[in-house]
Design a protein around this ligand. Structure first.
Ligand code: PLP
Length: 341
């Protein structure tokens, strides 16, 4: 098992009032210096939320088919990414390896934590080989970041290569599945029990239509989850978020319907964009966005901004020269984009 930094192993975690009474039945709570009164209508937000979010984890465990103690919840996936650096990477000594191009937060967290970030370029088809990623790793590599479907390229990484990478890595492999609900490929959650060095990230921000509540999920071996729980802020998921997430999970059918519409729109947009002047390539996508190579991305971007339409210009990113990343919106929003282009 991959060991966290020695200071993390040695620390005494913060013990909250609620941790200490541990759910024995009680009706008078004078332990946490909360206000005894709520304000305004509705729920009693005068109380601290459950530090371990047990009710929410039990609902997530049911939907995802995993054990509750293999779930960590963070203030977005971004919190889990940052905590993995803080738990496992010694600043100025350890390094991490990631495919390139990919999601920007891995390298931002590496810089914040003063950890070397090694990039391994994808090939022309935006795929990767386990060999090239593992060749960039050494004895001080603590995390490998893979993202499938990948942002901003939109494609799935090869499942065999992901497996080869997990099997042969001497460190944790963080597989970011933020877009898995839009993908034809299956999640790696079924494989969690097979690989003690696998961390799967998912989020409420994309298919679950809840970017505003800031809720990310990390799934891994219980030992890794315990490490993250030791170092997180005690009440990292607020009460409003926990309640809304339960509501979203109870409407799983709605989410599936919305995803189906987005997938239809992705196909429609992919074809329509191909027939527009100035569009050179619409890359295949397994996510809720399209990467589109333009004759002149900067001009297209500025023309769209002038009409109040914002897309992402990815031109300066490796392998993405003259590329725009366009999120699939509502049918109406997509039509506006097409008409302006
Ligand atoms: C959008 C996105 C996330 C989500 O991050 P949150 O902090 O959960 O909103 C994670 N990973 C990738 C690759 C993304 O594109």
């Amino acid at each position: 098992m991959i060991k966290p930094r020695s200071n993390i192993l040695a620390l005494t975690p913060y013990s909250s009032a609620r941790d200490e009474y541990k759910g024995r039945s009680a009706s008078v709570f004078l332990d946490a210096n909360e206000s005894p009164c709520g304000v305004g209508s509705g729920q009693a937000y005068n109380r601290y939320p459950d530090p371990l979010q047990l009710q929410l984890k039990s609902a997530i465990a049911r939907v995802k088919g995993v054990k509750e103690n293999s779930i960590f919840l963070g203030n977005g996936s971004d919190e889990a990414i940052d905590l993995l650096f803080r738990a496992y990477c010694e600043p100025r000594q350890d390094n991490v390896v990631a495919i390139e191009p990919t999601y920007g937060m891995y390298s931002v967290c590496a810089q914040i934590n003063d950890v070397e970030y090694r990039r391994v370029n994808l090939d022309d088809a935006f795929n990767f080989s386990a060999d090239s990623v593992l060749a960039a790793a050494d004895g001080n590599t603590k995390l490998i970041f893979l993202c499938s479907p990948n942002n901003p390229t939109g494609n799935n990484l090869s499942r065999e290569e992901i497996v080869r990478c997990i099997r042969n890595a001497q460190c944790l492999v963080v597989l970011d599945e933020a877009y898995i609900d839009f993908s034809i490929d299956n999640t790696f959650l079924r494989q969690l029990g097979e690989y003690e060095n696998l961390v799967v990230l998912q989020t409420f921000s994309k298919a679950y239509a809840s970017a505003g509540i800031r809720l990310g999920m990390a799934f891994a071996d219980e030992e890794i989850i315990n490490v993250l729980n030791r170092i997180k802020y005690p009440y990292n998921i607020n009460q409003l978020t926990q309640e809304q997430a339960l509501e979203v999970l109870s409407r799983h059918g709605d989410i599936q319907e919305q995803v189906a519409v987005i997938l239809q729109e992705r196909e429609r947009m992919s074809i329509a964009l191909r027939n527009i002047e100035g569009v050179q390539t619409v890359y295949p996508s397994d996510a809720n966005f399209l990467l589109v190579r333009m004759a002149d991305a900067k001009k297209a971007y500025n023309d769209l901004v002038d009409k109040g339409i914002i897309v992402r210009n990815r031109s300066h990113i490796a392998l993405c020269g003259n590329c725009l990343r366009i999120t699939i919106g509502t049918p109406q929003e997509n039509n506006i984009l097409l008409s302006v282009l």
